[in-house]
Write a protein that binds this ligand. Sequence first.
Ligand code: UDX
Ligand code: ADP
Length: 457
Amino acid sequence: MNKTILCIGAGYVGGPTMAIIADNCPDYKVIVVDKNEARIKAWQSDILPIYEPGLDEVVKRTRGKNLFFSTDIFGGINEADIIFVSVNTPTKTFGAGAGKAADLQYWEKTARDIIEHSSHDKIVVEKSTLPVRTAAAMQRILQSNTKGLNFEVISNPEFMAEGTAVTDLQHPDRVLIGSMDTPTGQAALQRMIDIYTHWVPREKIKTTNIWSSELSKLVSNAMLAQRISSVNSISALCEKTDANILEVSAAMGLDSRIGSKFLKASIGFGGSCFKKDILNLVYLSEFYGLPEVAAYWEQVVLINDYQERRFVAKICNKMFNTIASKKIAVFGFAFKADTGDTRESPAIYVCKMLLEERAKLAIHDPKALENAMLDLADETGDITYCNDPYEAVKGAHCIAVLTDWKDFLKYDFRRIYELMEKPAFIFDGRNLLDHKAMFELGFNVYPLGQPALSHLK
Ligand code: UDX
Ligand code: ADP
């Protein structure tokens, strides 16, 4: 049996997923290809293109043994008979469905590359999140080949989250594999099961029809994001009523039917998946003539935008209704802790709104400063990027905590307070810091969804 696996797309999904497969399946050869030469060079080097706790060790163990990174896409296609596709599927920015539907041009290009460079039958695995029924379109494109080859499309969505990719991949809650109910579809399914049972207990591998698999991925993300928007909407109500969102979340989460995870109020969710996938679901619902369903899910995104705006409005309002020319130390730019990824980070929108108010920004993040510079490259305002937190706070009027990096907890806030303008403010968009301790140091503290701790009368 041909035991070579190819993955097209060496990004946040493809890279870590293939490293874990290679690590657990020494009898397979795993090749990861990408059209981006710089990215492949980075995967081959000591400094990987993405920061992910624990990933360096896995890559070091497997690279050059049974894990290979290459730009030879066509050679890889020819060699492997199982091809995972994890190219990006961003939201369309043009034409029909702009702003909501998925842009499938990279996917289609990949399908055409596969046809052109194949000389034997292949299993093509959808790893990127795709709109429901993409597999049907894929199957049609792939079957249009004139070489008499059979291409079997499998849906195997990835549920790992950034920042915890290695543990999520090593110990997944479930592995979902959708396949066609045909003899070739079932044979392809078995080949996939053979790979995952190298390290995942068989009962955690769920098999479904291909449409359920595609839709489950979209809906899982939409449900998770919906929990955050629900709790964020209540954080606004807490601030008006002196209730405390931490207490409300904890009380709610103790109900075993609700559960305690993903109820942390924040300035909003970010990341490459949530917004894109919900908008995708909205588009799909509209497409199938279900406007009420579309409006229901769209509200999750609207609350997220509202939560970002609300945070900036609070900063302005509490700092005497003007932040023009005031220096704001931004703590955290990544969309969550333990990643350098800033795609759809709420920090991007919050910083842009602060700049519109003519504030000066000093941005500090342990891993995401390079991406922050790219995200804000077109902004004309006064922005500095600081590796050193104490540099960022020098002469600042407030600190805005935008990412839940644990590193911030270790900083010397007495020293920070001394370096800042007075009155000094903290706006904690992640409820990360010890607010009482900060208040006792002299800060005016504005947590999220909790009563403020202010020295000002
Ligand atoms: C998500 C899904 O969790 C994962 O299963 C899917 O495969 C890809 O999308 P990811 O975007 O990497 O993963 O991160 P996640 O941990 O889900 O966080 C998304 C955003 O929600 C972050 O900005 C995070 O800070 C925010 N969040 C999360 C909250 O604001 N509150 C919470 O309680 C949890
Ligand atoms: P994700 O978070 O879904 O992994 P990324 O943007 O990090 O998304 O990764 C997608 C990768 O796919 C990028 O590195 C991009 O260069 C690569 N890619 C996109 N289209 C193609 C293609 N036709 N052939 C090879 N690689 C591609």
